[in-house]
Design a binder for this molecule. Structure first.
Ligand SMILES: Cc1cc2nc3c(=O)[nH]c(=O)nc-3n(C[C@H](O)[C@H](O)[C@H](O)COP(=O)(O)O)c2cc1C
Length: 220
C-alpha cells in the first residue's frame, strides 16, 4: 500500500496491539529503502537498526519483564528526565490513555499491567532496535531522531504500524545481555512493529497535539 505523505503524516499513530500476520520480506525492504533517505549531519548516517524476531525476541521480552517485575533500577544509555515545563503534557497523556483503557486512578495493578505491556513489546512478533556507537554527540542523537521519523512514516506508508518506545531502553544492559550483537552499542529507541490488530479499541486511541501557535514564532 502506498499513501501520499499527507496521509502518512495524518494517519500515523502508535499501535499497541498487533496481528499475527508476518511481515513479508519485500515490505521490510520497502521500509528500509525509504528510511535510508533520512538526512544527517555531515551525512554521517550514524544509526544502526536491528530487526529482532523469534526466539531471541521471546528471550528479550522475558528478560525485560523480569527486570520490570523486580523493579530493577533504571539505567538507560540516554537520559529520560522530563523538563518541568512539559510535565503537564506527559501527565495529561498518561491520564487520557488510562481513562481510555478504563483503568481507574486507584487501580494500581491495572496501571502496573499497563506499564508492563511495554516490556512485552505489546505482544508484537517483531521489533526494530535503533542503536548507535558509543559516545554519540548531541547532534548524532538529532540524526537518530530524524531517522526515527522517516522510519515511522515508511512503516505507515507500507501499511504497517509501530509504537516508538524509550521506556524499555531503561534496561539497556538487558538488550546487550540477550543480544550480544549490540554489546558495543548504545540503545536509543525501540519500535515494536507489524500489522496493527484490526478493530482494536486500544489502537484507536489518539494523542492530542498542541496548535502550532504554541511552539512557532515569526521573527522579523
Ligand atoms: C521518543 C519517543 C518515545 C516514546 N516512548 C514510548 C513508550 O515507551 N511507551 C509508549 O507506549 N509510547 C511511547 N511513545 C509514544 C508516544 O506516547 C506517542 O508518540 C505520542 O503520544 C503521540 O501519539 P501518536 O504516536 O499515537 O501520534 C514514545 C514516542 C516517542 C517519539
Amino acid at each position: 500500500m502506498n499513501k501520499n505523505l499527507n496521509d502518512c503524516i495524518k494517519s500515523r499513530h502508535s499501535a499497541r496491539e498487533f496481528s499475527e500476520k508476518e511481515i513479508p520480506e519485500n515490505v521490510l525492504h520497502e521500509i528500509l529503502e525509504m528510511a535510508r533517505f533520512a538526512p544527517s549531519s555531515k551525512n554521517t548516517q550514524p544509526w544502526k537498526l536491528s530487526l529482532v524476531e523469534g526466539a531471541r525476541l521471546e528471550a528479550l521480552k522475558k528478560e525485560l519483564c523480569l527486570q520490570f517485575d523486580n523493579n530493577a533500577s533504571c539505567r538507560p544509555d540516554f537520559t529520560q528526565g522530563l523538563q518541568e515545563i512539559y510535565r503537564p503534557r506527559a501527565i495529561a497523556l498518561g491520564k487520557s490513555i488510562l481513562t481510555y483503557k478504563g483503568i481507574a486512578r486507584e487501580d494500581k495493578e491495572g496501571r502496573r499491567l499497563h506499564d508492563r505491556a511495554n516490556f512485552d513489546f505489546f505482544g508484537a512478533n517483531a521489533i526494530l532496535i535503533l542503536s548507535v556507537l558509543p559516545e554519540p554527540n548531541e547532534t548524532t542523537l538529532m540524526d537518530l531522531g530524524i531517522f526515527a521519523g522517516y522510519l515511522m512514516l515508511a512503516i505507515e506508508n507500507a501499511g504497517l504500524s509501530c509504537c516508538p518506545q524509550v521506556s524499555v531502553a531503561n534496561y539497556a544492559d538487558s538488550f546487550r545481555k540477550i543480544l550480544p550483537e549490540l554489546s558495543e552499542e548504545k540503545i536509543a529507541m525501540v519500535f515494536p512493529f507489524g500489522y496493527a490488530l484490526e478493530n482494536s479499541h486500544l489502537n484507536a486511541f489518539e494523542s492530542t497535539r498542541e496548535p502550532y501557535e504554541n511552539w512557532f514564532r515569526k521573527i522579523s
